[in-house]
Design a binder for this molecule. Structure first.
Ligand SMILES: [Fe+2]
Ligand SMILES: [Fe+2]
Length: 471
């Protein structure tokens, strides 16, 4: 069974109609989800939005596009097709048939992994809830809402697993996912970056580039899981994530493009008075979002993650393409570390260094974005370049959490850091300036002055398409 059933109250391709108990449990969670969406979701009133909805899980035509009132969006449960021959690709259970049920011995760990992933999905909706009020175009507004409804669906994906496989505890955790809130003092979201604000659209593009990309890598490791329903869930989520990456990548492209254009036309680096975002401010936003996203990968070494790997719960990025024994018992890896107080590296076992392995894949991917943004500057004939700051810069988690370093990786004292951090991270003045540019543009085909229009519209529609009907 692969095609989602849309006649159901909860669209799904998991045969929910045949499991009455589970169906009832999820149907009783559904109104809580909807009231969470109403109170914590997008604040801008709209009639409808040109959204894609998953209608199949494979092939090109997996989604259908149309104008829908957001509250009527069909959030559903979609898993990628089951491969009946799938086998565990790594760890102590390598070669065994993939698990269709949760083994008792790994129950607590699997539940924890699912809760942590699940917690990030609604968090980003909460972080982005006020952005509609300052959208630079209807096209951008639509993309924001598309990302929001799909993060809501990703919450559904995790809640399904909790309900279907983790009994009463799972149902309780599903409830908690709606009770924690981003930035809340009493019950914040689990991970730091998901309690930060996303107050403006430059932050939104940086978030979807750097922080959603962290999500892509985390989902990539869960897609390798021996627990097959988790693997299939993540596989389909990754398909949706591709659009979120596109929003971030092309969003930053368009900001850089517009800034470069204003710099060239006016032969100046200081574009502040001309209504564009200066390159040093773009760099500061990049520095911030990149460094907090690196924190999401956890410490450089982790015995928990080593155990998850050996148990088969969580693999490596593209596990099956790795040319090694997929056990890693004898291998080693160099990881970042403080050596006698200085920034350096140490050798550890490959298993304990798995967080570093994943983070390296992520960093290489992020470098691709910087390369494309620098290409835009190069084509414009400008000498300036953007860069990724050093891994020790602005870290709150891992080997360098206890020290301060410049983006170039030079070690700083606390007072040097205090004196200079405003050169590298957005200051209140920068944030106020960026916010001052955030005036909404809701006319068809029009766009704010600080960002270039996109090269392509959505689903073959032109840029001046009526992507959103405001209320
Ligand atoms: Fe997501
Ligand atoms: Fe996402």
């Amino acid at each position: 069974m692969t095609r989602p059933d849309y006649a159901e109250k909860i669209p799904n391709n998991v045969g929910l109609a045949e499991d009455r108990r589970l169906q009832r449990a999820l149907e009783s969670w559904q109104p809580d989800f909807l009231s969470w969406w109403e109170s914590m979701g997008p604040t801008l009133p709209t009639q409808d939005v040109y959204l894609r909805t998953a209608t199949d899980v494979r092939g090109e035509g997996w989604a259908t596009f149309g104008h829908v009132p957001m509250i009527d969006y069909r959030w559903g449960i979609f898993l990628a097709d089951r491969d009946p021959d799938r086998r565990v690709a790594f760890g102590a259970h390598k070669g065994d048939p993939a698990w269709q049920k949760v083994p008792g011995e790994y129950r607590a760990e699997l539940q924890r992994l699912i809760v942590i992933q699940g917690d990030t999905e609604p968090a980003s909706v909460e972080q982005q809830r006020n952005l509609g009020a300052t959208a630079p175009s209807l096209y951008d507004l639509r993309n924001l809402f598309q990302v929001n409804v799909e993060e809501g669906r990703h919450l559904w994906a995790m809640v399904y697993l909790l309900h279907a496989y983790f009994g009463r505890e799972g149902r309780e955790e599903a409830g908690e996912l709606l009770h924690r809130n981003s930035g809340s003092v009493d019950s914040p979201r689990i991970l730091g970056a998901f309690n930060e604000e996303t107050p403006d659209w430059l932050s939104f593009y940086m978030f979807t580039y750097f922080t959603d990309r962290d999500g892509k890598y985390q989902l990539g490791t869960l897609k390798e899981s021996a627990f097959d329903p988790l693997s299939r869930t993540c596989e389909f989520m990754l398909k949706e994530e591709a659009h979120h990456m596109m929003v971030g990548t092309t969003g930053v492209d368009r900001v850089v493009e517009r800034t470069a254009q204003v710099m060239v036309e006016n032969d100046t680096d200081d574009v502040t008075a001309l209504g564009a975002i200066p390159l040093p401010v773009i760099q500061k936003y990049l520095n911030f979002h990149y460094s907090v996203s690196l924190d999401l990968f956890g410490g450089e070494t982790s015995t928990n993650v080593a155990n998850y790997y050996t148990a088969g719960l969580k693999g490596r990025w593209l596990e099956e393409r790795r040319k090694d024994d997929h056990l890693l018992g004898d291998d080693s890896i160099m990881v970042d570390a403080l050596r006698e107080g200085e920034i350096g590296q140490v050798e550890v076992s490959a298993l304990t260094g798995l967080n570093t392995d994943l983070r390296r894949e992520y960093i290489a991917d992020c470098a691709g974005g910087v390369k494309r943004w620098n290409r835009i500057l190069e084509v414009a004939g400008l000498p300036q370049r953007l860069y990724l700051p050093h891994v020790a810069f602005n870290r709150r988690v891992g080997a360098f959490a206890s020290i301060e370093a410049s983006p170039a990786g030079e070690r700083l004292t606390a007072s040097e850091w205090e004196a200079r951090k405003g050169q590298w991270l957005p200051t209140d003045t920068d944030k106020t300036f960026v916010r001052s540019l955030m005036q909404p543009v809701y006319q068809r085909g029009k766009i704010a002055a600080w960002v270039a229009p996109p090269r392509n519209g959505i689903n073959g529609q032109p840029f001046d398409y009526e992507y959103v009907h405001l209320a």
